[in-house]
Design a binder for this molecule. Structure first.
Ligand code: NAD
Length: 532
């Protein structure tokens, strides 16, 4: 203890001395003891002047993990200036060489997968399997970005004019601001930062104030790559701060693109501020995702997908299954199966083997869970099982809840909203699949959706343009757990943004159309005559 405190003082750290579940060792492995700063420009940490400290406690056991400093306006300016300088160098590095740096970052993430996954789990509360999965997602996007670095292509077109040719090319934008949510505290950063990087941009990351330690850890991990390659500071920066720093980024004209992940409430604010300056906003906001279960469903398979979708990450995924739209013919069977599975869910410390449901992020989230259950019952919903805030040994933090199953109607106000907690609404439909699709689309959000059916006419109706209105529409797969290869995002109040795979990279670049005349005349388009 004494040695740890001395070490802490010597290096100016605020990391707490406890080794519950080996977390101190994890922090040490990730190099976290070395900071006492509010920002990092990749190679250097800074901003030690602010006396304001933010305490980071784990939702798993309520223990204080560390204290971090909040960035000030002065820190912000320093980070932006350094990023601007770095951009002048980074954009000159050929894209495949930028890909090589991202490849090395992916390899470092492989080396640190275990401790980083463990820290994700401890700081955010998702089970270790999902914490490791999140780091794997970072590795996957690095691999994807490496390939992409040789593929940043535009189209070529035939010109209507003789001896002319046309093509388009993509140039880097400059500084990309990344505002991320607590529930995917590192993967979402990598989706953005790795694509932005191969595209020739530099990025400034403001992680959630609820999960800044994993961001600090990630900066430590990539620092070595930057140093080994003698790259300038400022290619990947982190600012520790709350909504205030986020809104500063949104308003800053030096950041042509703001990629913001979080609640629809936040996205509406950020979107308005970025829009007012005619900047680009990539918004990844809340979902209200449904699975449709038709009479032709493989119910065994569907139940497994529903359970992972509804209670995985304790219902704190943007793609969490929140509504189950079940045909009346199979309704009772599905309800009974879920009623038998829900009480048996292993809920507990996410680092302990066997547990499948960890805590909610904090007591505010628990309050919102309980309030939503009260509201939906007042509207006429029936709580079938769950809903309790757990107490007693292992649950002293008051952050563990028993996932709830509620019979409800789609039009209930509470069902129309995203409650970021494990509540699954069972909604009955009758007649044709179109009725279920109408219910599925009958919310303001449009992120993820799925249908369980072995009937081709039903599944094709779901996928047709008159079918699901979501950014993600799956068949015989649940709503969550997307692969990085596809473009990820949703419509309506989910914000319309797309990131990760497919051609999502284009949003990180500016498109330029080039027309070249290699002839001796100067014909005008549309045959216009303008002879002088
Ligand atoms: P949140 O909106 O509270 O915070 C998200 C981030 O936005 C944080 O970094 C926060 O500091 C910042 N922020 C808040 N107000 C801001 C403002 N006015 N200006 C600038 N920045 C601001 O969300 P949360 O509780 O961290 O995350 C949960 C939400 O995120 C859920 O709604 C979930 O569906 C959504 N989410 C969406 C996706 C997606 O890809 N669609 C992915 C993950 C999470």
């Amino acid at each position: 203890m004494k040695q740890a405190l001395e070490e802490a003082t010597a290096t100016g750290t605020d990391v707490q001395d406890h080794d519950h579940h080996g977390i101190r060792q994890v922090l040490r492995e990730l190099g976290i003891q070395e900071i006492n700063a509010a920002y990092s420009t990749g190679l250097k940490w800074g901003g030690t002047d602010n006396e304001q400290l933010l305490s980071i406690t784990s939702p798993t056991d309520g223990k204080l993990i560390a204290k971090v400093r909040l960035a000030t306006a002065v820190d912000y300016e320093q980070v932006v200036r350094t990023a601007e300088e770095a951009f002048t160098t980074w954009r000159l590095v050929p894209a495949p060489k930028r890909g090589e740096i991202v490849r090395q970052i992916g390899n470092k993430l492989r080396d640190y997968k275990d401790p980083l996954g463990k820290l994700v789990s401890y700081e955010m509360g998702k089970i270790l399997q999902e914490g490791l999965g999140e780091v794997q997602e970072m590795i996957d996007i690095c691999d994807f970005a490496v390939g992409l670095s040789r593929q940043l292509h535009g189209f070529t077109m035939h010109s209507e004019r003789p001896a002319h040719r046309m093509y388009e090319q993509y140039h880097p934008l400059g500084l990309v601001g990344i505002i991320s949510a607590f529930n995917f505290p590192v993967a979402v950063w990598s989706w953005n930062a790795m694509l932005a990087a191969v595209c020739g941009n530099v990025s400034i990351w403001k992680p959630s104030e609820k999960t800044p330690l994993v961001a600090v850890a990630v900066q430590h991990i990539i620092k070595d790559v930057l140093r080994e390659n003698e790259l300038p500071e400022g290619i990947f920066s982190v600012l520790i701060g709350d909504a205030e720093i986020g809104s500063r980024m949104a308003a800053d004209e030096r950041l042509p693109l703001i990629s913001a992940t979080g609640s629809t409430r936040m996205g509406k604010k950020v979107g308005a501020v970025v829009g007012a300056r005619l900047g680009k906003a990539l918004l990844e906001l809340g979902g209200n995702n449904a699975i449709i279960l038709t009479p032709h469903a493989d119910v065994d398979m569907a139940i497994r997908a529903v359970l992972f979708g509804a209670v995985g990450t304790a219902g704190q995924r943007c793609t969490t299954t929140r509504r189950l739209i079940i045909h009346e013919e199979v309704y009772e069977d599905v309800k009974q199966r879920l009623l038998s599975a829900y009480p048996k869910l292993p809920i507990g410390h996410p680092l302990q083997d066997g547990n499948l449901v960890g805590p909610l992020i904090d007591k505010d989230a628990v309050r919102m869970f309980s309030e939503a259950l009260e509201r939906v019952q007042a509207e006429g919903g029936t709580l079938l099982t769950g809903g309790e805030v757990l107490s007693g040994t292992g649950y002293e933090t008051g952050t563990y809840v028993q996932p709830a199953l509620v019979e409800a109607k789609n039009e209930y106000h509470t069902v129309q909203e995203e409650t970021f907690a494990p509540i699954l609404y069972l909604i009955k439909y009758s007649g044709e699949v179109e009725n279920a699709i109408a219910l599925q689309n009958g919310v303001r959000q449009g992120l993820s959706s799925s249908i369980f059916s072995l009937n081709m006419r039903e599944t094709e109706a779901f996928l047709a343009h008159t079918g699901s209105d979501c950014g993600i529409a799956n068949v015989n797969i649940g709503t969550s757990g997307a692969e990085i290869g596809g473009a990820f995002g949703g419509e309506k109040e989910t914000g319309g943004g797309r990131e990760s795979g497919s051609d999502a990279w284009r949003v990180y670049m500016r498109r330029q159309t080039n027309t070249i005349n290699y002839g001796t005349a100067l014909p005008l388009a549309q045959g216009i005559k303008f002879d002088i």
